[in-house]
Design a binder for this molecule. Structure first.
Ligand SMILES: NC(=O)c1ccc[n+]([C@@H]2O[C@H](COP(=O)([O-])OP(=O)(O)OC[C@H]3O[C@@H](n4cnc5c(N)ncnc54)[C@H](O)[C@@H]3O)[C@@H](O)[C@H]2O)c1
Length: 245
């Protein structure tokens, strides 16, 4: 039986770990041909090998390297008609301690990285038509939390970047953004490994649990299929009812 992404050619960043990896596994199971990109070269090659995808060690902040990966992915897959930008970093510290290098790095990875990937792949996406972009922002994009000035600013930028892409790239390309709450991945290990902190975080959301990578992968699948055919420039919180509390 054909999968829901059979025939699609999708580039996923941050695919060596966490949400990016889960999205890659789900999309592969749904029949997509995939190019996986991650700064962790060994990790992304292992992930790609396990699901029959192409794997590329690459830092999304390095524009020339991203251009090269997009060219190689195009050659390998015969085009690109989908992007998922999941690569990201988090550095929580009070603003007074937020040194310029940390600020620069978060903006570069979380905001300029998705720009680099989308811009490099744009001609391929336009040529393909009916293409999709899914960016992974955060509830931090829409609500202030202590110690997250840099992270939240980068994710708020990514949120509006995506919404504006929706305006600029229609009708041939749809762009949507997911805002996850606390999801159990390496990025949040510091939190969920501590039972007390984990319980407190779960108690702050309506659904009384932390999120899973599967929760986010389902949302990414929705935005990458015709199920969301009339949706672009949209933001979907996947946060168990956190952002509005
Ligand atoms: N975990 C959460 O609770 C949470 C909540 C909201 C948003 N997010 C966002 O979700 C996305 C996925 O995060 P995750 O939780 O799966 O984290 P993760 O740390 O498990 O995975 C992030 C991946 O991105 C890669 N990466 C980091 N910098 C990179 C770079 N410069 N170039 C290429 N790859 C790079 C890492 O190597 C890693 O494989 C991130 O954008 C993150 O900001 C996470």
């Amino acid at each position: 039986m054909a999968g829901r992404l059979t025939g699609r050619k999708i580039l996923i960043t941050g695919a060596a770990s966490g949400m990016g990896l889960a999205i890659a596994e789900k999309f592969a199971a749904e029949g997509a041909a995939l190019a996986l990109l991650d700064r962790n070269a060994a990790g992304v090659e292992a992930a790609a090998g396990a699901i029959g995808a192409q794997g590329y060690g690459c830092d999304v902040t390095l524009r020339e390297a991203v251009n090269e990966v997009v060219t190689r992915a195009d050659e390998a897959l015969g085009g690109i008609d989908g992007i998922v930008n999941a690569a990201g970093i988090l550095d929580i510290k009070p603003f007074a301690d937020l040194d310029p290098a940390s600020w620069d790095r978060m903006i570069a990875v979380n905001l300029t990285g998705p720009y680099n990937v989308v811009h490099a792949a744009l001609p391929l996406m336009q040529a393909a038509g009916d293409a999709t972009i899914v960016n992974i922002a955060s509830t931090s994009a829409i609500m202030p939390l202590p110690g997250t000035t840099g992270y939240s600013a980068s994710k708020a930028g990514l949120l509006m970047f995506t919404r504006c892409l929706g305006m600029d790239l229609g009708p041939s390309i749809r762009a949507n953004v997911i805002c996850p709450g606390v999801i159990q991945t390496e990025m949040t290990r510091y939190l969920w490994e501590n039972p007390e902190h984990s319980a407190r975080a779960a108690d702050r959301v309506a659904l009384k649990r932390l999120g899973t990578v599967e929760d986010v992968a389902q949302a990414a699948l929705f935005f990458s299929t015709a199920d969301s055919a009339f949706t672009t420039g949209a933001m979907l919180p996947v946060d168990g009812g956190f952002a509005w509390r």
